[in-house]
Design a protein. Structure first.
Length: 304
């Protein structure tokens, strides 16, 4: 990951705030949140944990240990719980605590954890799709699944599904978070497949260029299809959180789950209607609003 260190300011120029970006790299939704919010922080100097720095504020996405360490050092932390959880959201040390919990999930806020502000889906900054789309994009998240479940999914479903995607669409980009090495090894023999680590690739751009889209039940996948009003087929859920999200989503949207990649319906999914999840332009500015909070903390002194 590229690192931008805080630059030396000329005494005559206005001070620039400095924000540290931290996320759980094994979690697709955390990589998504960090990238989309960072896209609106262009007025600030940005650094990552690999660079020694003393930030004015930190954005931490699903990395509670980092939030606790930074808070102990006196750094104001904006913390975002990024992924959907079927169970209670854990407490975390931060000045601002947010949870990505769109209204359509119909969940009651967890009790006894202090202020926890819900935010809507984080949409891509650029919503256009390429006119000449081709190929298939698969977003695979295995975070929270046990080793046996991940191995069975990779060998039994993912390998033949990727081969079918190449046969139908010409080529396939597979983006995965947890278990990247095992997925890359399993799909290595499949011609026409490229495997990417979620923390290292711009999957918003891959989605804009893809003809077909299959994804694990994650808030990242839903945000891409919802924001661009694009078709989505769900991959078989891995772990209780994904199963719960898939169940909630399918109550609102007639969406296909690809239990068998050979079925034609997997490759000709219904495009929505995503209007069931809300579709006005204001709902797509959540990342921009979070970035505004971070700028305010970075540029205005905070007293603890």
């Amino acid at each position: 990951m590229a690192v931008l260190n805080r630059c030396t300011e000329d005494p005559g120029t206005p001070a620039r705030g400095h924000v540290l970006l931290v996320d759980e790299p094994r979690l697709l939704d955390a990589s998504t949140a960090r990238r989309r919010i960072a896209g609106h922080l262009t007025e600030l100097d940005v650094s990552y944990p690999t660079a020694p720095s003393t930030p004015d504020v930190a954005l931490v996405c699903d990395a509670p240990e980092a939030a606790a360490r930074l808070s102990e050092q006196g750094v104001p932390v904006v913390y975002l719980h990024c992924r959907h959880r079927a169970t209670e959201i854990p407490a975390v040390s931060a000045v601002t605590r947010l949870v990505q919990r769109p209204d359509w999930l119909s969940e009651a806020p967890p009790a006894g954890q202090g202020p926890l502000a819900p935010v809507q889906l984080l949409a891509p900054r650029r919503l256009t799709r390429n006119r000449s789309r081709s190929g298939c994009l698969m977003l695979v998240s295995a975070y929270g699944a046990d080793d046996a479940e991940r191995a069975d999914f990779t060998d039994t479903f993912l390998r033949p599904a990727a081969a079918e995607a190449v046969r139908r669409a010409g080529h396939c980009d597979v983006v995965c978070d947890t278990g990247f090495t095992a997925v890359r090894k399993a799909l290595g023999p499949v011609a026409g497949v490229r495997v990417h680590r979620a923390a290292d690739v711009d999957f918003d751009a891959l989605h804009a260029a893809a003809e077909t889209f299959l994804a694990s039940p994650t808030l990242t996948a839903v945000s891409l299809a919802w924001a661009r009003n694009a078709p989505l087929t769900l991959l078989p859920p891995l772990g209780p959180d994904q199963r719960d999200l898939a169940d909630r989503l399918r109550r609102l949207v007639p969406i296909e789950v690809a239990e068998d990649a050979r079925r034609p319906a997997v490759w000709t999914p219904h495009p929505g209607p995503w209007s069931s999840l809300g579709g006005d332009d204001d709902a797509r500015r959540e990342a921009q609003r979070i970035a505004r909070r971070i700028r305010q903390l970075a540029l205005v002194p905070t007293v603890f």
